[in-house]
Design a protein around this ligand. Structure first.
Ligand code: BGO
Length: 281
């Protein structure tokens, strides 16, 4: 049997624990307060001709390096790269959940999205063309209801497809941050490419974006590079250009650009339903 290493990544309360439990046949405690999923949990699943090593990490809203959860998830992604990431996205709160997704897309991870809480979406009467969104971001999206164990087989079927390179929508798409930002990303990428500093399979695009955001872990990644000074000097120049253009710090510029992408994508794919009036929250 082939072994597929799968990492669950998602916001707190997206239903990661529920999905892990139902997939791995575990009975971990599920709760709707943060801090329940503190340590990495591991489970083994036999399905079809495969063994899945499933790892669940703490929920996180982003892959920046502000909180211990964010650092933990990022470390796992880069130090023990999974074959496939399952990004658990709560359909009931797409705008916020998809922020993390945009960062996973930047990393260029092999990924399947579990569109969890699909029952909530149906109940709301909203219409979401998730197949269209899947094509836009180049990543399969599978509706799931983790609490009831629905959609789990379909999810793992997609994981197999991605693992075997047989998915029709596993194209390498990246989020277009607009001409100005893209130009600056390219400049940094060019300097990084000059010296092949990356023994590991880390996306140069992602590293360039992180450097532009003055990310400390990204700076540590290049600390042994022979041309670290050149890279950092280039970063300072390019970040300054962006900050002059947008009159905000680069971290805010990238965050706004990600939310802009999400807004645009949802505008094309998401329609409020007639039941909206009934929702009191
Ligand atoms: C409580 N659909 C619906 N409707 N709910 C779901 C689904 C789904 O597909 N999947 C999970 N949930 P976690 P994280 C709860 O615990 O797995 C629910 O943080 C409650 N608890 O049952 O913990 C799940 O690991 C009291 O809800 O997520 C859980 O990602 C009242 O979403 C919550 C109501 O799931 C978070 C709900 C004491």
């Amino acid at each position: 049997r082939h072994i597929i290493n799968v990492l669950l990544v998602g916001n707190p309360n997206s239903g990661k624990t529920s999905l892990f439990n139902v997939a791995a046949g575990k009975h971990e405690r599920v709760g709707n307060y943060s801090g329940v999923t503190v340590n990495a949990k591991e489970g083994r699943i036999k399905y079809k001709d495969y063994i899945f090593n499933l790892v669940d990490l703490p929920g996180t809203y982003s892959l920046s390096t502000c909180s211990p959860e964010e650092v933990c998830v990022r470390k796992q992604i880069f130090e023990s790269p999974p074959d496939v990431i399952i990004n658990v996205v709560a359909a009931s709160n797409l705008k916020r959940n998809l922020y993390l997704t945009t960062q996973l897309i930047d990393i260029d991870a092999s990924m399947v999205i579990a569109l969890n809480m699909y029952d909530e979406l149906k109940k709301s009467g909203d219409i979401f063309d998730h197949e269209h969104l899947a094509e836009m971001i180049g990543c399969p999206i599978v509706p799931t209801v983790a609490r009831l164990g629905r959609g789990i087989k379909e999810l793992f079927d997609k994981v197999i497809e991605i693992y075997e390179g047989k998915s029709s929508i596993a194209r390498h798409i990246h989020i277009n941050y607009g001409t100005e930002i893209e130009t600056e990303i390219q400049h940094i990428k060019d300097v990084i490419c000059k010296e092949d500093i990356l023994g590991r399979d880390i996306s140069r695009r992602y590293l360039s974006i992180q450097l532009l955001e003055y990310d400390k872990i990204a700076e540590m990644t290049i600390q042994h590079s022979p041309n670290i000074n050149e890279i950092l000097a280039e970063r300072d120049i390019r970040a300054q250009y962006i900050e002059n253009d947008f009159r905000e710090n680069t971290e805010t510029v990238f965050a706004n650009a990600r939310y802009g992408f999400i807004r645009g994508a949802l505008k094309e794919t998401y329609q409020k339903g007639k039941n909206d009036r009934l929702r009191l929250t």
